[in-house]
Write a protein of this length. Sequence first.
Length: 213
Amino acid sequence: MIPIVAIDGPSGSGKGTIAKLLALDLGWNYLDSGLIYRCYAYLLKNKIINIKKEISSIKHEFDALNEKIIYKDKDITIDIRSAEISMLSSEISQQQHIRDDLFEIQKAYLKEPGLVAEGRDMSSRLFPDSKVQIFLTASLEERLNRRLNQLRNHGQKVNISKLKDELTIRDQRDSERKVSPLTKTANSIMVDNTNETVEDTLSIIKKIINERY
Ligand code: DC
């Protein structure tokens, strides 16, 4: 059995940062499932046909601090992380047929020596047998701050009250939709990292991994 760490949580909970650092540290594969939904939304917005096939030609390069998303030699990182694509990806993710289309694409990340997968339904739908299931969360204020910094680091101008509304709407929709909503599974361990540094959060999760594997 290939080991899996599934991390679910709302936007700005830090799951992206934590999952990426864990994967780099363990030398395991990394699935940013939100990115798959974002790519779908980006291709849809740009009226690209055969989206399912085109998604596999989008490349994700990353290290601990930076990332680059490339489509047909074009750097689309800023578009993919924009507020517009955040909203559109959340909207389209409510549709069952789109979730079904993206299921196998996500499953294909499960390869030796292991996988760190983050998103909304990693524990509940994609990898329900994973021994480590984490529900990562933080207060709305802290998540808003993180999102703000993330967008500013991408050189984007941000309207704080608009961002707060967008984050609230997106969280509500992602948690209340009928198909595969964000939910804490019975096996998930809740980690609230409102007052934790990235390093502290990492060591809490590494301890859980060591206990379970
Ligand atoms: O994690 P993120 O903010 O990049 O995700 C963007 C959107 O994609 C999110 O608002 C809902 C959707 N999503 C999903 O429905 N299921 C996942 N496993 C990951 C993301």
